[in-house]
Design a binder for this molecule. Structure first.
Ligand SMILES: NC(=O)C1=CN([C@@H]2O[C@H](COP(=O)(O)OP(=O)(O)OC[C@H]3O[C@@H](n4cnc5c(N)ncnc54)[C@H](OP(=O)(O)O)[C@@H]3O)[C@@H](O)[C@H]2O)C=CC1
Ligand SMILES: O=C(CO)COP(=O)(O)O
Length: 339
């Protein structure tokens, strides 16, 4: 067989599964890139608004949709004829959504996982979950510094698009690329997932520092030590250094640990200001780090990797530690060489 015969076919039609902020922004991105794009959402009002060109008032208010995106509540219709799917529901729904996609997807369908998290019950990353739930689909990862509202408004950014199969990563990057959206293909999906999941946990810690008013020096120090944790775990699990220092690692960590536009950072700010975890959970706003913190710490412990900042976040979220005590615990750890 010739090399050309092994190349993935051109990606013309994209199904975006998930009608929240990021799914809508990515559907717009795909449509702007010239793909025939259909958005699946479970909420009929969202589907009606997107299909009529009004955009997504629930999740992206005031963002005009400047490209044509079809929409449906019927998953089979969304996947019919799709050359690739983007799965953009919260990380803890990956298994159920994968199982729903599995019987409807053609064999070998590329499924780009866009959620950033670790499955709570198993400690598995999204691609590992998809491999169990939809084994005939092929996983790719889209991750990097990209607030949905910015991307939907057409503000520029760059992201990592990773798959074990480099040709598939290249084809997906080409299918989504535009003047304002620049995907870099990678063959390190593991590294891309670790960066995306951990930056959310670390952003909660950074937000708490901001909410406490502990100053810009503390915030920078915590971000750097957070990156050390992320890198330690990533390297131990087999991620590549250039992925961890790249867009889906350091790039997204810097964004999320410095901007109140991040829901994880905003969650941390509110904790630092004295709101309780229960109050914040009741808002229903998604902060993926809340769901991944404890399992990330367990995963690190299983591999004998120290993650004191993530552990402090997990303890604060579980009500075992206050934010002031968490700082005290981090600052009084035994002095050590910087690694
Ligand atoms: N927002 C952002 O800037 C970015 C987000 N991400 C990641 O993308 C993922 C999704 O985030 P985002 O879109 O912002 O989240 P949102 O809270 O904006 O939207 C979540 C969407 O998922 C749907 N949903 C929730 N639970 C289920 C379920 N069990 N089955 C089917 N659909 C479900 C919701 O539907 P309903 O409205 O009906 O509840 C909603 O459409 C997260 O992992 C996040 O980390 C990544 C990069 C940027
Ligand atoms: O992942 C994101 C930006 O890259 C979005 O971060 P939040 O989920 O914290 O809003």
């Amino acid at each position: 067989m010739s090399a050309a015969a092994n190349k993935p076919a051109e990606i013309r039609r994209i199904a975006v599964i998930g009608g929240g902020a990021w799914g809508s922004a990515l559907a717009l991105t795909a449509a702007r890139a010239g793909r025939d794009t259909v958005l699946w959402a479970r909420d009929a009002e969202t589907v009606a608004a997107v299909a009529s060109g009004r955009g997504n008032p629930a999740y992206l208010p005031d963002v005009p949709f400047d490209a044509r995106v079809a929409a449906t509540t019927d998953l089979a219709e969304a996947l019919d004829g799709a050359d690739a799917a983007l799965l953009v529901t919260p990380a803890q729904t990956t298994r159920a959504m994968g199982a729903a996609i599995a019987p409807l997807a053609r064999s070998g369908l590329p499924v780009v996982l866009c959620a950033k998290g670790i499955e709570r019950e198993t400690g598995l990353l999204p691609a590992q979950v998809l491999a169990e739930a939809a084994p005939r689909c092929r996983a790719a990862i889209l991750s990097g510094p990209s607030f949905a509202a910015d991307v939907a408004r057409g503000l520029p950014t760059a992201v990592t698009l990773a798959a074990e199969d480099g040709d598939m990563a290249d084809a997906l990057a080409l299918a989504l690329a535009g003047r304002q959206f620049r995907p870099y293909a990678s063959t390190d999906p593991l590294g891309a997932q670790i960066g995306g999941a951990l930056k959310n946990v670390l952003a909660i810690a950074c937000g708490a520092v901001a909410g406490k008013g502990w100053g810009a020096s503390a915030l920078a120090a915590l971000t750097a030590r957070g990156f050390a944790e992320l890198s330690r775990l990533g390297l131990t699990l087999g991620a590549r250094p250039e992925t961890l220092t790249g867009l889906s690692g350091l790039g997204d960590l810097v964004l999320t640990c410095s901007s109140a536009q991040s829901r994880n950072f905003a969650f941390g700010i509110a904790l630092g200001e004295g709101r309780t975890v229960d109050e914040l959970a009741a808002t229903g706003k998604l902060a993926e780090g809340v769901h991944s913190a404890a399992v990330a710490v367990d995963l690190a412990a299983r591999h004998e990797v120290e993650m004191p900042i993530a552990a402090a976040v997990a303890d604060v979220l579980a009500g075992r530690l206050g934010v002031d005590d968490a700082l005290e615990r981090l600052m009084t750890r035994p002095l050590r060489r910087e690694t």
